[in-house]
Design a protein around this ligand. Structure first.
Ligand code: GLP
Length: 244
């Protein structure tokens, strides 16, 4: 799905999410959303907030699972994805706090490997994800499934790729401040979602978008795994689609 600009692409994605929430609501069901962070989905969340504030879209039946989180990090840290989600979406809408799931990666607490398994089980306990929103990293990562990730990977602790850490250095105020690791849903977790929307915006994504959509399916470009799935929709602006 190709749009003239980032705003139109983002509004389309927000409308798809809103339609799912409303449809589930009418049937008395929960809407289980897989959410993403980064610059790409910010405008999507802005539109969802607008729909909540101006058009009465309720998040009372929304259950959310975020794709990933740096490890270790405190949820209060401004660089954490917990902070990001609060600022960009959750604090502006009526989602129930107990319905929000973002990997907790504080180092001094739980055994992180057990925690990853619990996170995976928790998604399954809600019947899986109804819709997963994805961005794409410049190295082809989805979530923090870096090059080399397997098709069958589950939620786990991963080592961050050099390109990923470079792209995050502005947020952390220097490369040495960027965590070396993260907890991420796996490719297998993501591919079980009933519907997947991959949103890519801007010229800096055009090269990887072309590799992911048209290149060889390979663990070196984890987003290329999506080519084998029928429930994936790519939502691109003109700039991101420039090399297709
Ligand atoms: C981050 C996130 C991904 C995101 C990607 C692209 O590191 N873990 O989920 O899709 O990198 O980020 P951006 O949208 O800022 O380009």
């Amino acid at each position: 799905n190709l749009f003239a600009n980032a705003t139109q692409a983002s509004i389309y994605v927000a409308q798809q999410i809103a339609a799912l929430i409303t449809q589930q609501q009418k049937q008395g069901k929960l809407a289980v959303l897989g959410l993403a962070t980064g610059n790409t989905p910010k405008r999507v969340y802005q539109e969802l907030v607008r729909l909540h504030q101006n058009e009465g879209l309720s998040f009372a039946n929304v259950v959310s699972f975020n794709l990933d989180e740096y490890y270790p990090i405190y949820p209060e840290d401004e660089q954490s994805y917990t902070y990001f989600m609060q600022e960009h979406l959750f604090k502006h809408v009526n989602i129930k706090p107990q319905h929000i799931h973002i990997p907790h990666t504080r180092c001094e607490t739980e055994d992180i490997l057990d925690y990853c398994k619990e996170f995976e089980d928790k998604i399954a306990s809600f019947g899986g994800l109804d819709l997963q929103l994805l961005g794409i990293g410049r190295n082809g990562h989805i979530g923090f499934n870096e090059p080399g990730s397997s098709f069958d990977s589950a939620t786990r602790l991963v080592n961050l790729h050099a390109v990923t850490r470079e792209d995050a250095q502005a947020d952390f105020g220097g490369l040495d401040q960027v965590p070396q690791q993260a907890v991420s849903m796996g490719v297998n977790t993501i591919r079980q979602a009933k519907r997947i929307l991959l949103l890519a915006l801007g010229e800096r994504k055009s090269e990887i978008v072309s590799k992911a959509l048209q290149g060889e399916i390979t663990p070196e470009v984890p987003a290329s795994f999506l080519q084998s799935l029928a429930q994936v929709e790519y939502v691109l602006d003109h700039e991101a689609a420039g090399e297709i």
